[in-house]
Design a protein around this ligand. Structure first.
Ligand code: SF4
Ligand code: SF4
Length: 117
């Protein structure tokens, strides 16, 4: 889950500039994709160590891509959506993690005051 009180503006910055982020999937992400037969997603994942998975790696060149292959721009709008919204990895589900991380990585998402508890 994203941080409490955070609202994404769908600017696409985080998904268009993957080089600025640590981009790894968890073993649970990979299990989920395997359980759902999402070989199209798994093609973009490389195991770089025991239980450590790098994303998004071009299946053609084996290089990291800077723009996520699952990002789609909405026609006529400066907004983007994720084509694997229900299947996106934990790192994307929890981004930007904190206000500090949002500031450091240039996320312009909106923070609303929320009551604690
Ligand atoms: S999987 Fe979705 S949320 Fe994650 S980087 Fe790609 S487009 Fe963005
Ligand atoms: S940079 Fe922040 S506001 Fe923009 S799409 Fe990513 S999470 Fe949403």
């Amino acid at each position: 889950m994203p941080p409490k009180g955070f609202a994404c503006t769908q600017c696409g910055h985080c998904c268009l500039n993957l080089g600025a982020y640590q981009s790894c999937a968890t073993a649970e992400d990979v299990d989920m994709w395997e359980e759902h037969g999402r070989n199209d997603i798994l093609e973009w994942v490389e195991e770089i160590g025991p239980g450590i998975f790098d994303i998004w790696i071009s299946p053609r060149t084996h290089d990291d891509v800077n723009r996520c292959p699952w990002l789609r721009k909405l026609p006529g709008k400066a907004k983007y959506i994720c084509r694997i919204q229900d299947m996106k990895p934990e790192i994307c589900r929890s981004y930007p993690h904190s206000r500090k991380k949002a500031r450091e990585t240039g996320c312009p998402g909106i923070w609303q005051a929320v009551r604690q508890g």
